[in-house]
Design a protein around this ligand. Structure first.
Ligand SMILES: N[C@@H](CCC(=O)N[C@@H](CS)C(=O)NCC(=O)O)C(=O)O
Length: 348
């Protein structure tokens, strides 16, 4: 099995006290798959922040070990595709915010949602759909990086999409901190860590590196975890041409904090099995983003080293599959997941 029981370090007693997390509420059988219990629940708790959203837009955090450093020495390689695309694309986000849907919790036409998300997926083929075979084999043999990468992003951002595509291709899990427009908490973390609100922002606790600039992040990820490979053909360049299409087709989704999102953050990280270019998973990620719910993203692209784990957990290798350790519930249907998320994590 790909994920060794010791893949992730245990949460220290101090952190446990800080977060006041008792033993997990997971059904034990859920995570009995070859050490997955250790990986999953420890992954959540170890990186768990004790944060409370504040009305003033700040956040309060309990004392805890911080795993990342300020971006004192950001990678300075120039990403031509990234820079030129910035000037063309970065105006899109505020523009689409104006036309975006107002109440994401209302019932929607599932056909419309799936079709538009499917078109978005087609526009980004072939990126973000499969794990690079050689890399997946290495993950299978050697396990994942010790600590989860931390990605601050929002679903609708074309630059963030590029990074999520790379994560799928590199078969890497990550802890995702959604930073929708109006974010009450995670944007503060980015500003205080990196110095500015710009997305994506990646923190790699394994190396102490933290980075802005999607092109630099993708290059870093391939350099660090690509087993000698460079970014997949067209992955960087294509953002300029088609990276914005899902943003437009899915206008307003996964961009703005839902005003009735619960201000308390869930005590334990939700876990989502997904891959970037899966149409149904996109709909779920949009909801997680609009609710500013941090989660562990288990990328399970075609050929992923985690497919067997998903099969054993869910009884199927289909994504999305969501586990909520706060309630002990898990779901494998995007409609159920979205409805559950808005019911559970919205103020009524
Ligand atoms: N060149 C940067 C551009 C990043 C960028 O413009 N991101 C936009 C979102 S699409 C952003 O951070 N906007 C500020 C905000 O959302 O507050 C990159 O490639 O990462």
């Amino acid at each position: 099995m790909s994920i060794a029981a010791t893949s992730y370090p245990l949460l220290s007693t101090r952190q446990l006290q800080c977060c006041r997390i008792k033993s997990t509420t997971y059904t034990p059988s859920h995570f009995s798959v070859n050490g997955f219990q250790s990986f999953s629940s420890v992954g959540i708790q170890h990186h768990g922040r004790c944060c409370v959203r504040t009305k003033a837009g700040g956040s309060q955090e309990g004392p805890q070990e911080t795993f990342y450093t300020k971006a004192e020495d950001p990678v300075t390689t120039t990403n031509q595709a990234g820079n030129s695309s910035k000037s063309i694309l970065s105006f899109l986000c505020p523009l689409l915010k104006l036309v975006g849907a107002k109440d994401p919790s209302l019932p929607r036409s599932d056909t419309f949602e799936v079709v538009t998300s499917g078109l978005a997926s087609i526009s980004r083929l072939p990126w973000g759909s499969q794990a690079i075979p050689d890399v997946a084999i290495v993950r299978e043999e050697r396990g994942q990086p010790m600590r989860l990468l931390q990605l601050y992003e929002f679903e609708a951002c074309p630059f963030c999409r590029r990074v999520r595509e790379a994560l799928t291709e590199l078969d890497l899990p990550a802890e995702v901190y959604p930073c929708p427009k109006g974010s009450l908490m995670h944007r503060d973390l980015v500003r205080s860590s990196g110095g500015k609100e710009q997305f994506p922002y990646l923190v790699d606790p394994n190396t102490g590196v933290s980075l802005y600039e999607s092109g630099d992040i993708v290059k870093y990820l391939f350099q660090q975890y690509g087993e000698g490979r460079g970014p997949s053909l067209g992955l960087l360049e294509s953002t300029l041409f088609t990276g914005w299409i899902p943003t437009i087709i899915r206008a307003g989704r996964g961009m703005t904090l839902w005003e009735r999102a619960k201000p308390e953050i869930a005590a334990k990280r939700l876990e989502l099995f997904s891959y970037e270019n899966n149409q149904n998973s996109r709909l779920v990620r949009e909801a997680l983003c609009e609710l500013e719910l941090p989660y562990i993203l288990h990328n399970v692209g075609k050929g992923s080293s985690r497919t067997q784990i998903l099969l054993q957990l869910a009884g199927s290798d289909k994504v999305p599959y969501l586990i909520d350790p706060n309630t002990g519930l898990s779901f494998g249907n995007h409609k159920e997941i979205i409805s559950y998320l808005f019911q559970t994590y919205s103020r009524i």
